[in-house]
Design a protein around this ligand. Sequence first.
Ligand code: 7RM
Length: 636
Amino acid sequence: MSQYHIKHLEEYYQVYRKSVNQPETFWAEIAEEHFVWRKKWDKVLEWDFEKPEVKWFQGAKLNITENCIDRHLQANGNKTAILFEPNNPDEASQHISYNDLHNRVAKFANVLKSKGIKKGDRVCIYLPMIPELAISVLACARIGAIHSVVFAGFSASALSTRINDSDCKMVITSDGGYRGAKTIDLKGIVDEALESCPGVENVLVAKRINSDIKLKEGRDYWLQPLLDEANDHCEAEIMDAEDPLFILYTSGSTGMPKGMLHSTAGYMVYTGYTFKNVFQYENNDVYWCTADIGWITGHSYIVYGPLANGATTVMFEGVPSYPDYGRFWEIVEKHKINQFYTAPTAIRALAKEGVEIIEKYDLSSLKVLGSVGEPINEEAWHWYNDNIGKRKSPIVDTWWQTETGGVMITPIPFSTPTKPTYATLPFPGIQPVLMGENGEELDGNQVEGKLCVKFPWPSMARTIWGNHKRYRETYFSAFRGYYFTGDGALRDEVGYYRITGRVDDVIIVSGHNLGTAPIEDAINEHPAVVESAIVGFPHDIKGNALYGYVTLKDTGEGRNQYNLRNEINQIITEHIGPIAKLDKIQFTEGLPKTRSGKIMRRILRKIATHDTSNLGDTSTLLNPEVVEGIMANVIE
Ligand code: 7RM
């Protein structure tokens, strides 16, 4: 039996028990047998959820890129590491071997050094899904710089907030990007963002769409000429186990996005180990995760996890609908994809297009299907299982978070019997608990509560960049001594977990986490707006969509409500990005408030979902009279 590669349900239970009973022995064995170290650790784990502080593999020295690249060169140098599939199907795909990747990362790392980037400096990466994105991430890791990838769909204002929060010295971007039939002007967005980012010294610009952009003298450089000049050898910076690897922003229920900080050794061990088992990756498999590297799923399961296992990982630049809704299946056939990992929102969008388009393609290479990002509804689960997996490829419904770094609750395919809408069992090393109303652990099965984790795991985020207090308050205060996920869950009669959704003011739209507060802040900047409240409502494709209640200063008949709706969505697009646009906007006389002045979202949520038979007690409201008016004007 190999505990690194679980192949039966009994083996899973055996490994799981060991991971709980002897966590330090367990993780030390995984780390020692399957990763390369410049120096071994002195201590496997030190932790305290009160402070909170967590340290894994203290005293160890390593570089994650030696694990993800160098160690594979001897046996697998010519194997494809990254298989790049362009937006346009007529453009050739690129097979980047481990040897190529090694040289390209070294060159890029030397360019970073030549521009003054040192260990510990923050580098913002704002790129479309082109090879330079993965390469720049690895180049930062090679020299110990902390990468902060910002998804290239975020606006200039969202980008500048993130750059400033972590004091990035450099931005890596491109002249633009392709997304289906559209192009995006990334360099223009960066220029606008940098008007308010005095700390950025240099911008490196990759060429992708050959657009006519301006380089700011002394600040901006085309990347390619610098790479052409650079040496293709770069010694890896030797890092301590707990040295930071990257920052990745995630939305919170209030204010500023949270810069989740991940450290080196634990993140590497956990993403590598989960990748192997969750996808049952075998040597010559071709694995494809459709996420963007701008999200945690891309960091952990396009870049680090697969490469740590010497896998072939596909990077797709485009969208599922271009040139038509057969694109995903065309790629599966073309590259004989073995493991396919996507989000419920994509599955629902594809299901809507019917099965005829799928029948044109040979999907017989598929072995494992994955789902991530939000609860997968039963209908989507069956559609995926019947039409894509042909009822022979297990679906792994993987529950995890930006904060957890890697998959936490998931079936192990071919071992764990799956059950629609259930993420099933905790991965080895993970100790989930459900908490009751009074903050007590709910024992036994068939219970529902708030999902917490009671023991540390190697890839948990160590802090929020620059704000450890907020880290403690957000994750370790709701239940003392526990990590609180913000999700609700239930445990069925056999101990399987089903995630029921967020229990805070985060709404998941098309798999993207959106905090309500930043959207409301944006809307409230409109001169005609007094205040606003955002709630989610169920949407066939997006999972949830956004419903906004907006109180205007002047509700006079003269106002053009159509224009106002467009203006509100325009402001949201500028502040956050088009993903946060509202599907429905209702203008209100006022919003229901508690006596302490808090908007009662519970009531607004019910109205938006037409679930008004039982609004609960409204008598404690400061202004119960507004509720009737809101109900009368609800948008269908
Ligand atoms: C990986 C990722 C995290 C939130 C999380 C949940 C929700 C993610 C599932 C899920 C039900 C799943 N990171 N979520 N996966 N809910 N089943 N399989 O998505 O930081 O962007 O989002 O997403 O609410 O807390 S994330």
